[in-house]
Design a binder for this molecule. Structure first.
Ligand code: PGA
Length: 249
């Protein structure tokens, strides 16, 4: 049985006032909640782990450097993320691949750094709209999976998030058949490379305009084990119904 995971990516949103959302979310969790991981901006990591102490909510960062320490102005290391009490880190989000020119090789190196600090890596992949239109989606996803994941992947240290770039923050969502096709493809690619035991145990999240209104049908897809949610994770009142839908899926 794979874990169900509802992950929230706050991106560059949230000051100290947003910590109340974590209290509200913790109070409203369903019985038998799925794993819930909130990834606030790095300025809030320590306070977020304090605010969720004693609740099942886990905290993650949105990026980390490949090195543990050094002269890298503005960056944070996986060691620092772990020091905050966080347990996860999002790596290779399309906004970082795009705005910070991160390559698959960078994402792979960051994944190793995350593991070395004891963190679970949430590795993001996804095709652009032009790639989808050109019928290249599965080629792109296959190449990103191959290039971004180190050989030592296992189900405890890695979560994979499929996020079509054209669905992020746009309100556009792939059809259920399209989500199913990519998730089935990822499952097969992972079992090929890592063997059936690890490949079948790796959690696969869908991300891109997930909301309470579409969560139930997305979570019904066999190889969808949860979601990586941006906009709808900022307010507990929006995220709680997604968590509840996952708990019931
Ligand atoms: P969105 O973002 O839910 O706002 O589309 C998802 C993400 O970028 O992780």
């Amino acid at each position: 049985m794979r874990p169900k995971i509802a992950a929230g990516n706050w991106k560059m949103n949230g000051t100290a006032a947003a910590l109340t959302e974590l209290h509200s979310l913790a109070t409203g969790l369903p019985e038998n909640p799925p794993q819930v991981v909130i990834c606030p901006p790095s300025t809030l990591l320590f306070r977020a782990t304090d605010a969720t102490h004693g609740s099942p909510i886990q905290i993650g960062a949105q990026d980390c450097h490949t090195e543990g320490a050094g002269a890298y102005t503005g960056d944070i290391s996986a060691t620092m993320v772990a020091d905050s009490g966080a347990t996860h880190v999002i790596l290779g989000h399309s906004e970082r691949r795009d705005a910070h020119r991160e390559t698959d090789a960078d994402v792979q190196a960051k994944t190793c750094a995350a593991w070395a600090a004891g963190l679970t890596a949430i590795v993001c992949i996804g095709e652009s709209e032009a790639e989808r239109d050109a019928d290249q989606t599965l080629d792109v996803i296959g190449a990103q999976l191959d290039g971004s994941l180190p050989d030592a992947v296992d189900a405890e240290n890695t979560v994979i998030a499929y996020e079509p770039i054209w669905a992020i923050g746009t309100g556009k969502v792939p059809s259920i058949a399209q989500i199913e096709e990519v998730h089935d493809f990822m499952r097969a690619r992972l079992t090929d490379r890592f063997g059936a035991e690890i490949g079948n145990a790796l959690p696969l999240l869908y991300g891109g305009s997930v909301k309470a209104a579409n969560a139930v049908e997305i979570f019904a897809v066999e190889n969808v084990d949860g979601a990586l949610v941006g906009g709808a994770s900022l307010k507990a009142e929006d995220f709680a119904p997604i968590v509840a839908a996952l708990a019931q899926s």
